[in-house]
Design a protein around this ligand. Structure first.
Ligand code: PEP
Length: 250
């Protein structure tokens, strides 16, 4: 069975002290008996100190990015092995900010995705259309090609370690969210693509998260849709009370 997941992408926010304070708050407020997999993604320098705080809890850690090589002359980059050595279980790849601001291509994302799963970590792969694509009615085609040109190069076996995160770019950080119906429609489409490519088992067992201005006041309705298995949360993950109310919105 697929898992319900709520992941907080802290992006380039919070100093060490602030990261520790938010983590402390989360440890106190995330219910011990939640059935939801709770993941947080602080910045690179804060991963290890936060890991030290959460290691005996039901919260796990994601990195926001990784390089596909193990080591070498790649100034400013961090490898999957380094992340693994500090206890990271999940790596986010393909976030729209990596694609649009840092020019990450489908090929690069395919290489990174492959590296993450081969190393045995969970891959959280993000994708989604921009506003012009949606206005032009091309959103299904765009999403299909984003998947086909990168993460669909993995095998069905690899896919046991994959979580997909559909994030329409027009809804990220804008306060505008896809309606629950728009999210469901796209998630059902993605699940059908998974079925065509990998078969029923993979389609049924892959968690598909929605991301884009999920807040405490809209999470419940979005998560109630049958093909939405949780959320990737940006802004609202920076406040413990908001994030916890999203974690408990199923
Ligand atoms: C994100 O960055 O992945 C995201 C969904 O951000 P926000 O929740 O702020 O729209």
């Amino acid at each position: 069975m697929r898992k319900n997941i709520v992941a907080g992408n802290w992006k380039m926010n919070k100093t060490l002290e602030e990261s520790q304070a938010l983590t402390k708050d989360l440890l106190a407020k995330v219910p011990a008996n939640t059935n939801t997999n709770v993941i947080i993604a602080p910045t690179f320098p804060n991963l290890y100190p936060v890991q030290e705080m959460i290691k005996d809890s039901n919260i796990s850690l994601a990195a926001q990015n990784a390089h596909f090589e193990e080591s070498g002359a790649f100034t400013g980059e961090v490898s999957v092995e380094m992340l693994q050595s500090v206890g990271i279980e999940t790596v986010i790849i393909g976030h729209s900010e990596r694609r649009s601001i840092f020019g990450e291509s489908h090929d690069l994302l395919a290489q990174k995705s492959s590296k993450v799963v081969k190393a045995g970590l969970q891959l959280m792969f993000c994708f989604g259309e921009v506003l012009e694509d949606r206005k032009a009615g091309k959103h299904f085609d765009v999403v299909k090609s984003q998947l086909e040109e990168s993460v669909f190069q993995l095998t069905a076996d690899d896919f046991k370690q994959v979580v997909l995160a559909y994030e329409p770019v027009w809804a990220i950080g804008t306060g505008e969210t896809a309606s629950p119906e728009q999210a469901q429609e796209m998630h059902a489409f993605i699940r059908d693509l998974l079925k065509d490519k990998y078969g029923e088992d993979t389609a049924e067992n892959t968690s598909i998260l929605y991301g884009g201005s999920v807040k405490p006041n809209n999470a419940k309705e979005i998560f109630s849709k049958p093909d939405v298995d949780g959320g990737l949360i940006g802004g609202a993950s920076l406040k413990a009370d908001d994030f916890v109310s999203i974690v408990t919105a199923f």
